[in-house]
Design a binder for this molecule. Structure first.
Ligand SMILES: C[S@@+](CC[C@H](N)C(=O)[O-])C[C@H]1O[C@@H](n2cnc3c(N)ncnc32)[C@H](O)[C@@H]1O
Length: 194
């Protein structure tokens, strides 16, 4: 009887270890948003040279309200606020990246200009933006295009890194060297892309 009890205890202890490892692994996966069904692109930060050129090509000024869709670590927001004097808003679903962005905004001292929301792009109202920045997968435009067409006001500039918008004519396309590779930046002006 005593032997059975000891065996049962050992068995429970042995089983608890892999269960804990599995739970930790699942939590890490959820945090990294790899399994987040809302995610339309993984986190890959745009190289700084691309961030600067995107904002220059969109001719961002202090009169602008820049929205970054899927804002990652917040680098576009911080740069738009600090170097261009624009108001900047980011939408990001990954909580860790939202926290990182909050710290970056504070560290850069641009709290009065830059804001981050832990929010799905598809739940955000995009209509106040005067400039939209996008660095997502090319396939993301399948879902994003109808929302952009519905909500963005004529004259809004949309600047997209790496992927063009299928079926739209860019006002300008530029090839840059970013992260050691040639990449394209596309500029669209709403109402003038047909
Ligand atoms: C390629 S990264 C770009 C990050 C940043 N914009 C930059 O240029 O450095 C795409 C980001 O979009 C976020 N994302 C993916 N789907 C999203 C969604 N539905 N709503 C909000 N953010 C999303 C990802 O978590 C990731 O941080």
């Amino acid at each position: 009887m005593r032997g059975n009890l000891m065996f049962a205890r050992r068995f429970i202890r042995a089983a608890a270890v892999p269960a804990m490892v599995l739970a930790q692994g699942l939590a890490a996966l959820a945090q990294s948003n790899l399994v987040d069904p809302r995610s339309i692109a993984p986190f890959v930060p745009a190289p700084w040279e691309a961030v600067d050129r995107m904002l220059e090509i969109a001719a961002v000024t202090e009169d602008d309200l820049v929205y970054d869709l899927g804002s990652g670590d917040g680098r576009i927001l911080v740069r738009a606020a600090k170097n261009f004097g624009a108001r900047a808003v980011g939408f990001e679903i990954n909580r860790e990246l939202v926290r990182e962005t909050e710290s970056a905004i504070q560290a850069a001292g641009v709290e009065s200009l830059a804001e981050i929301y832990e929010k799905n792009i598809f739940d955000a109202d995009l209509s106040p933006a005067t400039v939209i920045t996008v660095y997502l997968l090319g396939s993301s435009y399948m879902q994003l295009k109808p929302k952009i067409e519905l909500e963005l006001r004529p004259g809004t500039r949309l600047v997209s890194y790496c992927s063009g918008i299928p079926g739209w004519k860019a006002a300008r396309t530029e090839t840059i060297l970013a992260g050691g590779k040639e990449q394209k930046i596309y500029l669209y002006v709403l109402g003038r892309h047909y």
